[in-house]
Write a protein that binds this ligand. Structure first.
Ligand code: S3P
Length: 432
């Protein structure tokens, strides 16, 4: 099992560029595949998760060229041009691939089977099966608990108005993709706003979408058109370096080309409320062809204070809560993370994983059903901690290791990092 030993960073300065956005890479690839014509995607994220989506689309007859590691030329087959895959579709560790593609596949005229790894096999799919079934789709799980694999019999589906009990962009996007093919409009209402990439970018491909507060309506489409786009960098990947620079004495770090979609920037708001010094400079970037704002972040060291993080803020920083827990551990006072029960159904139970690992590093932490109470302290005590097979836990604790005094911190089972951030180890090498 691959592990890494990290010592306190030597210095944190200079400029880094995070890889392309994961959520957008999945979405742009899927929409380009079902568009009419050829699309070129630049700064595509070639992580394991996105490669699963890419491979699945190829298996359904979409020709995708790779002029370089981070460029994809997609030869769209049109809304009704996908072909029945000859074998099961492998979604690996990727909940996004499984939930988004399930929406797309529910409306095709063929059968398909979506499978995933041990972690994905424990992730809830009833949240998409229920609304897809309301749309008259035929999607069933491999077991009573509603876990993958998913068996899909594509058929004609109907539009519905679905009120989701969870704020989930994967659920919303699944239904919006299915809704492209429905015989009437489909509306999804969520309790608070999850990332809005799908509804934001769909109109640029020619789909009709209406947004009203936390509700999104998609109208059935005749066709989508191709589009060349360059993707912004992933703020979820940038967040590890924002926290590292904030907590490392004397640090000043510039992070370029960061996606600043307001439904994703919760991490910056939380850190600023804790006292972080983060400057956002959008002057180098013009209007983005998909309406996705971006900019550079200039982060300087500062002292943080504990706060309460909860409510509508949670979906806007859901993937950054592990690294925010690291920040909270070195803040002055107590930080409460609440309303975040979704953390229990991510790539691992992130509440349990964070509590276990933070305790090993001598942080006082209390586990709640929907979050954590973290008592800030002066520094981390180096320890050996596990990733629980979860990329975000692995990266968060590697950053903790770069901040720990005296001895080395070991993080075990770190191969999972490549699901979202290939090149993470090379990037941190400059600080080690
Ligand atoms: C994602 C949505 C989020 C996030 C995941 C990526 C997406 O999940 O945690 O990493 O691209 O739609 P939920 O929508 O289930 O909250």
């Amino acid at each position: 099992m691959e592990s890494i030993e990290v010592m306190k960073a030597r210095a944190v300065s200079g400029t880094i560029v995070p890889p392309g956005d994961k959520s957008l890479s999945h979405r742009v690839l899927i929409l380009s595949a079902i568009a009419d014509g050829d699309s070129t995607i630049t700064n595509f994220l070639p992580s394991e998760d996105c490669l699963c989506t890419e491979r699945a689309l190829r298996q359904m007859g979409v020709r995708i060229e790779r002029p370089s590691k981070t460029v994809r030329k997609v030869h769209g087959v049109g809304l009704r041009g996908l072909q029945r895959p000859q074998t099961d579709l492998w979604m690996g560790n990727s909940g996004t691939s499984m939930r988004l593609l399930a929406g797309l596949l529910a409306a095709q005229n063929f059968k398909s089977i979506l499978k995933g790894d041990q972690s994905l096999e424990k992730r809830p799919m009833k949240r998409i099966i229920l609304p897809l079934t309301m749309m008259a789709a035929e999607v069933s799980p491999g077991n009573k608990k509603g876990f993958p694999p998913l068996y899909i019999s594509g058929r004609t589906i109907h539009g519905v108005h679905y009120t989701s009990p969870v704020a989930s962009a994967q659920v919303k996007s699944c239904l919006l993709l299915a809704g492209l093919y429905a015989d009437s409009p489909t509306t999804v209402t969520e309790p608070s706003k999850s990332r809005d990439h799908t509804e934001r970018i769909l109109p640029h491909y020619g789909a009709r979408v209406e947004v009203d507060g936390n509700s999104v309506t998609i109208y059935p489409a005749e066709s989508l058109h191709a589009l060349d786009v360059e993707l912004p960098g992933d703020i979820s990947s940038a967040a590890y370096f924002v926290v590292l620079a904030t907590l490392y004495p004397g640090a000043e770090l510039t992070i370029r080309n960061v996606g600043l979609n307001p439904t994703r920037t919760g991490v910056l708001g939380v850190l600023k409320r804790m006292g972080a010094n983060i400057e956002v400079d959008t002057s180098r970037y013009g209007e983005h062809p998909l309406g996705e704002p971006r900019g550079d972040l200039i982060v300087r060291h500062s002292r943080l204070t504990g706060i309460t993080i909860g409510g509508e803020e949670i979906p806007r920083c859901i993937d950054e809560l592990p690294i925010l827990a690291i920040a909270a551990s070195l803040a002055q006072g107590t930080t409460v993370i609440k309303d975040a029960a979704e953390l229990r159904v991510k790539e691992c139970d992130r509440i349990r994983a964070l509590a276990a690992n933070l305790r090993k590093m001598a942080v006082n932490v209390e586990e709640m059903e929907d979050g954590l109470v973290i008592e800030g302290r002066e520094g981390f005590t180096p320890a050996t901690v596990d990733s629980f097979g979860d990329h975000r836990i692995a990266m968060a604790f590697i950053i903790a290791g770069l901040l720990a005094e005296r001895a080395a911190t070991t993080v075990t089972d770190i191969a999972c990092i490549k699901t979202s951030f290939p090149g993470f180890e090379e990037l941190i090498a400059q600080f080690r």
